[in-house]
Ligand binder design. Structure first.
Ligand SMILES: [Zn+2]
Length: 264
């Protein structure tokens, strides 16, 4: 019985598995001797422990059991602390995964933006090509019309002379349907932004000069001007005249004509 007394406070802890290895070995050695008193107590404790789950609010473990449970909890938390590096490692992997996802998201967004920029750039290039093609088509149409006017026997040749004998002559060809082509060579460019403007002088008495297109010779003094739709019929036009005017041209001549040529 004295032996049993030494174990009397261990029944609960034993049933809970909270005894340390030495105490557990000693108690199990005692149970192995066939002590029915302790075996019965352990059996009752195990039943009680099995009921603890249901009785939890009312179950008040002894101070000793509390102490042993606390020891067990501390031992487990110590073991848990020793496991922290591996848990941290898992955390690092998790964060690495989150970071990778984040970077993938940023990359996707960046890639989408880059793609968008490339599409916009391709559209700009395509637009520029179409624009250039349109300009070339217009230039081709102008060149074809100019050529047609210059070679067609129906065109009327008009020589424009200058009051200044040093100034080169200009030449115009007027086709009744296709319009006027005016050409010049070695013509000094007007100063600044000023331009040369073509005028149609009506046959009708007192008719005012009718404004037409403006031009500037190129660096070599050459120009070819196409007037597709002259503002007056050839039959109603007495002469062609050219004056120097401000940029954009004028509604009425502001200077004396530099070239004049009669339409025969
Ligand atoms: Zn005993």
């Amino acid at each position: 019985m004295k032996n049993c007394d030494q174990f009397s406070e261990m029944f609960e802890a034993y049933a809970l598995g909270a005894l340390d290895l030495g105490e557990r070995a000693a108690f199990e050695a005692h149970l192995a001797t066939g002590c029915k008193n302790c075996a019965k107590a352990v059996e009752e404790e195990r039943w009680l422990v099995s009921q603890l789950a249901y009785l939890a609010p009312d179950a008040a473990p002894s101070d000793m059991l509390k102490g042993r449970l606390m020891q067990t909890v501390r031992a487990e938390s110590q073991a848990a602390k020793r496991n922290i590096p591996s848990r941290l490692a898992i955390s690092y992997w998790m964060w690495a995964g989150v970071a990778a996802l984040f970077l993938a998201t940023i990359y996707s967004a960046w890639n989408a933006q880059r793609l968008q920029r490339e599409i916009e750039r391709a559209n700009q290039i395509a637009g520029a090509i179409l624009q250039r093609r349109h300009e070339l088509e217009i230039q081709l149409e102008v060149a074809k019309r100019e050529a047609a006017i210059l070679i067609d026997p129906a065109s009327v040749k008009i020589a424009l002379a200058s009051p200044d004998p040093q100034s080169p002559r200009l030449e115009a060809k007027w086709h009744p349907e296709l319009g006027i082509v005016l050409t010049g060579q070695k013509i000094p460019a007007p100063s600044g932004n000023r331009v040369l403007q073509l005028w149609l002088i009506p046959r009708a008495p007192g008719g005012k000069p009718i404004p037409s297109l403006t031009l500037r010779p190129d660096a070599e003094g050459k120009f070819v001007l196409l007037v597709s739709n002259p503002p007056e019929l050839m039959a109603d036009t007495k002469a062609l005249a050219i004056t120097e005017e401000p940029a954009g041209g004028s509604p009425a001549p502001t200077t004396a004509p530099r070239w004049v040529g009669g339409v025969s």
